[in-house]
Ligand binder design. Structure first.
Ligand code: GUN
Length: 177
C-alpha cells in the first residue's frame, strides 16, 4: 500500500517548511532531513517509503561518528526519560505501543539493568524498532544482541533507526489521509 505524504508533500516544501514537518523523523538529528532535502526532492519523495529510503541512505553514507551521534540521540527504552515524561511525541507513542509504559516494578528494573549492560558494552543505547513487539520480545532481543560485537550492533542500530523512521513516516502519511 502506498503511503502518500498528502498533508505536507515533501517535493512542494522549501527547506524551512520541510524541516518543520520532517526534521524530527530521525530523533534529535534534523541534519539527516536537511541533507536529503539538499540532494533534491522530487514528487517521488511524496511517498513515505521513498523518502525513508532517501533519508536512510543519508544516514548510511554518514561518517561513523555521525552515525553514533544519531544512535546516542535515542532515549533508553522504559528509561528514566520515559518515566519523567521527557520523550519526543514519536518515542512516547512507540514506547507506549509496545506496552513499555505498563512495566511492573520488576520489569522496569530489568530494563534498567539491560539498558546499563548494553550501554556499558557498546557505548550507545539499545535501539530497536518496537512496532509489533511487546516487552517480552524486546527483552529477548536485548539478550540476543548483547552477545554481538560492536560493529554488528552499530550496523543493527542504524538499520533499526531507518526502520523507525519508515514507521514514523507511515504514521504521518496515515494522518494525512
Ligand atoms: N524504538 C522506537 N522508539 C524508540 C525509542 O524511543 N528508543 C529506543 N531506544 N528505541 C526505540
Amino acid at each position: 500500500m502506498p503511503h502518500t505524504l498528502n498533508a505536507a508533500r515533501p517535493s512542494s516544501l522549501g527547506l524551512e517548511a520541510f524541516l518543520a514537518h520532517y526534521g524530527d523523523i530521525f530523533e534529535h538529528s534534523p541534519w539527516v532531513a536537511e541533507t536529503a532535502w539538499k540532494q533534491g526532492l522530487t514528487t517521488q519523495h511524496d511517498d513515505a517509503d521513498v523518502l525513508a529510503d532517501t533519508m536512510g541512505a543519508v544516514l548510511r553514507n554518514a561518517a561513523i561518528d555521525e552515525q553514533i551521534a544519531v544512535i546516542r540521540a535515542h532515549p533508553d527504552l522504559a528509561g528514566k526519560a520515559a518515566l519523567a515524561g521527557e520523550l519526543t511525541q514519536d518515542s512516547t507513542r512507540e514506547q507506549a505501543g509496545a506496552g513499555l509504559d505498563q512495566c511492573s516494578t520488576e520489569e522496569f528494573e530489568r530494563f534498567q539493568r539491560m539498558n546499563q549492560a548494553y550501554q556499558d558494552k557498546f557505548g550507545f543505547p539499545f535501539v530497536i524498532a518496537v512496532k509489533g513487539l511487546d516487552r517480552h520480545a524486546i527483552l529477548a532481543a536485548f539478550e540476543t544482541r548483547l552477545e554481538n560485537d560492536a560493529a554488528t550492533e552499530r550496523q543493527t542500530a542504524i538499520d533499526q533507526i531507518i526502520q523507525i523512521a519508515r514507521f514514523r513516516l507511515h504514521v504521518r502519511a496515515e494522518m494525512a489521509e
